[in-house]
Ligand binder design. Structure first.
Ligand code: GA4
Length: 319
């Protein structure tokens, strides 16, 4: 699958960086600004120990280096488990293989049995990673709430900390291309889409490929940064801010001789949670919801009935 070269943004466009060691009131304003302008930012000076990241990277690497017949024992991904080339149930494809896991600890323990020889170790490593990235995600959501002036300080993070939160962990492996394609032709690793959830926190190894679609209509390549995280606004946060933030369209291209591995934590509310704008987002000039109310379960169902690149929120626009 080759993509024709398309206009990409110039180097002058910088990806916003949020330094979590900054003073809090300044920090919350910068987070809101980045969410409004890009729906995307890099996070530095986070509290995640590098060993926790390294352990998950090692487990991922070990799994993907197994022969296919062994990896297939953990599949097919419907939606959880091991997936290869196929993305979702509706015919989308990409040059990748992946592991998709529900982030609930019981589910991780259960699923690990089909993934690793030492399933206890795999499960401990995944759970540990999920716990720490969940904390970073919740810190960021608390900053969002603060920056938006919402009095209920835990309005968003409490949904992610909820025992029934429907968050997901994904490890993508983009194998190296055997021959570098000629000219500027790239292969599609993961096609353009926005994430349906509230917030995505992503980390990759030192190999590039991620691009985000800017408000100016350009694809902006994101330089890899293995020690830090990238955060993406998802569709749920777009609705909860009544369109003040917009979920970011992104894609992954592969055109390297090295393998890329990325890990995403998709933070989502419980399935029965009604998604609607925070009351503070319903003040003039936009004092009514741009969306019909819907539960996360309904939105997920719509997502799984759509193609990867579809604009799923259009189905829920208010008249
Ligand atoms: C995109 C974000 C997450 O990776 C994901 C993906 C899911 C899947 O791969 O199973 C979906 C895709 C994602 C959106 C539309 C549907 C569902 C594939 C697809 C075609 C796990 C998710 O939650 O939505």
């Amino acid at each position: 699958m080759v993509v024709p070269s398309s206009p990409t943004a110039t180097k002058a466009m910088r990806i916003p960086t949020i330094d979590l060691s900054m003073e809090r009131s300044q920090l919350s304003q910068s987070v809101v600004k980045a969410c409004e302008e890009y729906g995307f930012f890099r996070v530095v000076n986070h509290s995640v120990p590098k060993e926790v990241i390294a352990r998950l990277e090692e487990e991922g690497g070990e799994f993907f280096s197994k022969p296919s017949h062994q990896k297939r024992r953990a599949g097919p991904a419907s939606p959880f488990g091991y997936g290869f080339t196929n993305i979702g149930p509706n015919g989308d494809m990409g040059d990748l293989e992946y592991l998709l896991l529900h982030a609930n600890p019981l589910s991780i323990a259960q699923r690990s049995k089909t993934i690793a020889n030492d399933s206890t170790k795999f499960s401990v490593v995944v759970k540990e990673y999920v716990e720490v990235v969940k904390e970073v995600t919740c810190d960021i959501l608390d900053l969002v709430v603060e920056g938006l002036g919402v009095p209920d300080k835990l309005a968003l993070s409490s949904l992610i900390r909820d025992f029934h939160s429907d968050s997901v962990l994904r490890i993508n492996h983009y194998p190296p291309l055997k021959v570098k394609t000629k000219g500027n032709k790239n292969s599609i690793g993961f096609g353009a889409h926005s994430d349906p959830q509230m917030l995505t926190i992503m980390r990759s190894n030192d190999v590039g490929g991620l691009q985000i679609y800017t408000r100016e209509g350009l694809w902006l390549p994101v330089p890899p940064d293995p020690t830090n995280f990238f955060v993406m606004v998802g569709d749920v946060l777009q609705v909860m801010t009544n369109g003040k933030f917009m979920s970011v369209r992104h894609r992954a291209l592969t055109n390297t001789l090295e393998a890329r591995m990325s890990m995403m934590y998709f933070a989502a509310p419980p399935l029965d949670w009604w998604i609607a704008p925070l009351p503070e987002m319903l003040s003039p000039p936009q004092n009514r919801s741009l969306y019909k109310p819907f539960t996360w379960a309904q939105y997920k169902q719509a997502a799984y009935s759509s193609r990867l690149g579809d604009s799923r929120l259009d189905l829920f626009k208010a008249q």
